[in-house]
Design a protein around this ligand. Structure first.
Ligand SMILES: [Zn+2]
Length: 156
């Protein structure tokens, strides 16, 4: 069994729509070279970490070698190729979103649905938790939000 861990933080932007777990929502999103999907970026790092395949920045650096505004669903699909996901079985995916900018639980169902399709696993394997930072710091000031992912996979 392999354990993976990943996290990602992006700054909020009024000029971008929120995309989280590959789902687009009609509210403020994140700045970023890509679409700024903190959840999928954290997930990708967790998958790469579990399988010993370096990190997301190695394959998709935030510069011109990565296409500007690339959808993070495309990044995830490339990561699934890199780790040979078809030979693995995802057992558990535990996600925490630390934010005071939006309500996580209102979005959790849609995101879980989308992740279960992207990863080809049952929704029961996924859990999404929302947390605040008690009004403190970058997150409490609604300047940034953080995604933390833990996962467990094994050979199929
Ligand atoms: Zn990111």
């Amino acid at each position: 069994m392999l354990i993976g861990h990943g996290w990602d933080l992006h700054q909020h932007s009024k000029d971008e729509k929120l995309i989280l777990g590959g789902v687009k929502f009609d509210e403020d999103g994140f700045t970023g070279h890509s679409d700024g999907d903190i959840l999928l970026h954290a997930l990708c790092d967790g998958l790469l970490g579990a399988t010993g395949k370096k990190d997301l920045g190695y394959y998709f650096p935030s510069d011109d070698s990565t296409p500007k505004n690339i959808p993070s669903t495309e990044i995830l699909s490339e990561v699934l190729n890199i780790i040979e996901y078809q030979n693995l079985k995802l057992i558990n995916l535990d996600i925490t979103i630390v934010t005071q900018k939006f309500n996580v639980q209102e979005k959790a169902d849609k995101i879980q649905e989308n992740l279960s399709n992207l990863l080809n696993v049952s929704k029961d394997m996924l859990n999404i938790k929302g947390k605040s930072s008690d009004d403190y710091g970058l997150i409490g000031d609604e300047k940034a939000s953080l995604a933390i992912v833990s996962l467990l996979i094994e050979d199929a």
